[in-house]
Design a protein around this ligand. Structure first.
Ligand code: NAP
Length: 420
């Protein structure tokens, strides 16, 4: 139980005394009757501050990171996250999103030993039943049926003055970073880390060719840095030549503008020779563009996928024999066709991947703390612009890299914290 402040509610940016928690807080809420485009769905409201359970930590949020998952939450599709939680027995008829945060520990549950009140932390978004026998036996908790993404599948995310997280989600904040920089990269970075290093034997090796879709996006900007730091030759895909310098600056050896091709989308019927030939022509030309960048006929050993339906047929086609297409999303659609002839004859792997476990998240955070990863923070928004930055993302008109929102931090550029 957290110690309660005498004052019921604090303004944004007005920190309560350290270790004391007000009864109420400001939060950006999505409600089912507002499901739709982000500008319709998100609204600021005042609600009760959550209480940490025995294994939980209550974090005073300084800044929150922006991710695509709360575009999905706003839309109420493909999953109605509020309805799903109510079905599972939770009472709340609202969703507080936000799956990345930097902030200060304000209260800890009775079982918590890894952090204490006053610690400066960032939060990874993997949650699971910490008492599950499968997890306690040392298995990967991302395979446990209890795993959920905090601030998307679970409530009480970081678009609020306080967020409730499991203690193992907290990690030391990189001291060299401002609050908003620290809040930006963890979800996409740890996801990319598992995709690139979590599926042996297809882990990134020195000299490997890695193709990264959406190289200037959240996931892509992290994947380029992680793969090139491991010695890979990264080719990034973009939709506008203005993104070339950004991707090369992160370590890509070259970029392909996908707008120069028009073979995207689902595969035609395999017995439609004419349409199949047209697809094959497009996919071959795309593969040649990779070879042109590399200066030799070497195909990607790892293809870093997330657009999904529009691009998987091409990813599968251009992936090297014995290589892996690793995928964590289907932004353009979920029915991604695979020409099985290439899958089996060339012995390729199509691997699903989803966020990350503690070890992978901590490993990514260490690279951030060692200044090997740039958070690629493009723009910082005010708390009341939470809907706007998600709307930009929904319309794919957001700036390169990652975005963040100030919550408790009063201004950008600050690493300081003063309790009330
Ligand atoms: P993002 O910052 O919006 O980047 C996505 C990139 O995809 C865009 O920059 C865009 O780059 C590219 N793109 C858009 N439409 C495309 C198309 N038709 N064909 C090819 N590329 C296209 O989003 P993000 O944060 O990287 O997330 C991407 C997806 O992954 C989202 O659906 C998100 O929910 C999901 N995700 C899943 C996990 C997980 O754990 N499962 C974790 C993080 C994210 P160009 O227009 O320049 O090509």
């Amino acid at each position: 139980m957290a110690t309660q402040t005498t004052k019921e509610l604090y303004d944004l940016g007005e920190a309560p005394p350290l270790g004391q928690v007000p009864q109420k807080m400001h939060a950006q809420l999505i409600r089912p009757d507002r499901f739709g485009e982000p500008t319709k769905a998100f609204q600021r409201e005042v609600i009760d501050t959550p209480q940490p359970g025995p294994d939980d930590v209550l974090v005073y949020v300084m800044a929150a990171g922006v991710n695509y998952n709360n575009v999905w939450a706003a839309l109420g599709s493909p999953v109605d996250v509020i309805g799903a939680r109510q079905k599972a027995g939770e009472a709340e008829d609202f969703h507080i999103g936000g799956s990345d945060a930097s902030g200060i520990v304000y209260a800890v549950g009775e079982n918590v030993t890894n952090v204490k009140v006053g610690d400066e932390v960032v939060v990874h978004c993997g949650t699971w039943d910490v008492h599950s026998p499968y997890v306690k036996a040392g298995n990967d908790p991302m395979f446990d049926p209890s795993y959920r993404i905090w601030g998307y599948e679970t409530n009480w995310g970081s678009f609020a003055q306080f967020t409730k997280v499991q203690a193992h989600q907290t990690m030391p904040k990189a001291e060299h970073m401002t609050w908003e920089e620290a809040a930006a990269p963890t979800l996409v970075g740890a996801t990319a880390y598992r995709m690139l290093f979590g599926w042996p034997p297809h882990t990134v090796n020195e000299g490997d060719v890695v193709l990264v879709w959406g190289g200037a996006g959240g996931l892509g900007s992290m994947a380029i840095q992680l793969a090139s730091d491991a010695g890979a030759r990264v080719v990034a895909v973009i939709s506008n030549d203005s993104k070339v310098d950004f991707c090369k600056g992160l370590g890509a050896v070259g970029c392909i503008n996908r707008k120069e091709f028009d073979h995207w989308g689902r595969l035609p019927d395999w017995d439609d020779m004419e349409a199949t030939a047209k697809f094959t022509q497009g996919a071959r030309a795309f593969g040649r563009a990779i070879w042109d960048i590399l200066g030799e006929r070497v195909s990607p050993r790892i293809v870093f996928e997330h657009p999904g339906q529009d691009t998987v047929p091409t990813s599968q086609f251009i992936c090297d024999t014995g290589g892996m297409v690793v995928i964590c999303a289907g932004t353009t659609g979920y029915n991604a066709d695979v020409d099985l002839r290439y899958l089996w004859m060339r012995q390729k792997r199509l691997q699903g991947s989803h966020f990350a476990n503690d070890q992978q998240s901590y490993a990514f955070n260490e690279l951030v703390r060692q200044q090997k990863i740039d958070p690629c923070l493009s723009r910082t928004f005010s708390f009341d612009e939470t809907a706007e930055c998600h709307q930009m993302m929904y319309e794919n008109r957001h700036p390169d890299g990652n975005m963040a929102i100030l919550v408790g931090a009063k201004e950008t550029g600050s690493k300081a914290f003063t309790a009330g």
